[in-house]
Design a protein around this ligand. Structure first.
Ligand code: ATP
Length: 399
């Protein structure tokens, strides 16, 4: 639903240090069903913030509220310190927000050339300055050679670049991008992502970019806001979210993890690949231990008898290109087993049955109370099926 109403005058309270975008207590429902459940979010000048999350978690709705394409139902939205939308009381229409929009299917004007498409929003400049500005952006995005071409003669990737140039041309303080690369093939997407990031940084525009791809978010973002079910679960730098996740959902959203169950004993949890610190949790607490595949360091053992059921061993090894994926049967000291995945950089393909030692990089291991279950994906239980009161061996093969 798009409202064209401008219901109230705009505050004139901007300060130079104000956030380009501030969203406070934003709530939104469709037909009574909540889509955004109280979100606080800001974008600082020149900052790229990625809204990341699974399909349907409310990312696009939040972006459309920032753009003015949805009328805000509850909360407050400010641009450069000016309130532009507030709980149904005021709504500055999209065209007055000085915000650049680039969506997945941003349509170009078919009857205008590439150059005319980009100069379209630059009416305030003289003809020469307009052309200079547009050509500068087309050059930065590597498509200056197509200035006189018409949109239908361009590839999807070229059209995407024109759409970006058009959105950036009026020097918006804020760019809103909704999955702008998702219709492109992988190689082109990497290039256009890279070009877009450099252009955003060069022009110093703040940006809010929606994506469901964690790698894209880590590539593009200064900060990531990870959403689930209409709310932000964690906001921080890519490193903060990856290395200090607040919740199992955050861990698993950034890639495959091995999931083991356990119990805190003496401030630690025993797993088949060693003990893990958990001294901040109460004694006897049931926990889940999430181990990234890259946390497992694997070395071959040649000094052991060839019985594969007395020591950790290789079940299968696959080359994935830049890394090798090992399926491991890990043996605990107490004889219990767990099926785990390890990701090793480069080519490392031990034979099936090869006995191995497994060492843990504990910086890639996360322990959470068992009550905070991972919602995404089906867990695949491995290990000793007879021991269903066992502390471990649930492996999540979601991806
Ligand atoms: N116009 C609408 N009318 C009714 N429900 C809507 C509308 N737009 C979105 N929704 C619902 O609101 C919720 C959030 O949708 P939204 O598009 O914001 O999610 P998203 O995270 O952007 O998803 P995706 O990554 O698939 O685009 C979903 O349940 C969706 O079905």
């Amino acid at each position: 639903m798009t409202s064209k109403l401008n219901l109230a005058p705009i505050d004139d309270t901007s300060t130079p240090e104000a956030n380009v975008l501030a969203m406070e207590g934003v709530r939104h429902a469709f037909d009574g069903l909540p889509a955004v459940k109280g979100v606080d979010l800001h974008v600082a000048p020149g900052e790229v913030v990625c809204l990341l999350g699974p399909s349907g978690c409310g990312k696009t709705t939040l972006l459309r509220i920032a753009a003015g394409l949805e009328t805000l139902q509850q909360g407050r939205v400010s641009l450069n310190g000016q309130t532009i939308a507030e709980s149904r009381k005021r709504h500055l229409p999209p065209e007055k927000r000085n915000v650049g929009l680039a969506f997945q299917d941003s349509a170009l004007f078919p009857h205008l050339s590439v150059l005319q498409n980009v100069t379209f929003g630059l009416k305030q400049l003289s003809g020469e300055a307009r052309t200079e500005r547009a050509m500068g952006l087309l050059k930065q995005l590597g498509i200056a050679g197509y200035a006189d071409a018409y949109p239908h003669t361009l590839s999807g990737g070229q059209q995407q670049r024109v759409a970006l140039a058009r959105a950036l041309a009026p020097s918006p303080a804020l760019m809103l991008l909704d999955e702008p690369f998702s219709s492109l093939d992988a190689r082109l997407r990497d290039r256009i992502r890279d070009d877009t990031l450099h252009v955003l940084k060069q022009v110093g525009a703040g940006a809010l970019l929606v994506t469901h791809d964690p790698e894209e978010a880590m590539f593009m973002a200064d900060r990531i806001a990870l959403m689930r079910d209409g709310a932000i679960v964690q906001t921080g730098t890519p490193k903060e979210l990856y290395c200090s996740p607040c919740d199992p959902f955050v861990v698993t959203f950034f890639g495959e993890v091995n999931q083991l169950d356990g119990v805190v004993s003496g401030g630690r949890v025993v797993t088949p690949v060693g003990k893990v610190e958990a001294d901040w949790l109460p004694e006897g607490e049931a926990v889940q231990v999430l181990i990234r595949p890259e946390a497992l360091r694997v070395t071959e053992r040649h000094d052991l008898p060839a019985s594969r059921h007395t020591h950790s061993h290789i079940v299968m090894a696959k080359l994935l290109g830049r890394s090798s994926l090992l399926h491991l049967c890990a043996h605990g000291e107490d004889g219990r087993e767990a099926h785990l995945h390890a990701r090793i950089p480069g080519v490392f393909l031990p034979a099936e049955g090869q006995q191995v030692d497994i060492h843990l990089d504990t910086s890639q291991v996360f322990v959470f109370p068992a009550g905070r279950r991972v919602v995404a994906g089906a867990g695949l239980a491995h290990g000793d099926a007879e021991q269903d009161d066992r502390e471990y061996a649930h492996y999540d093969d979601r991806q």
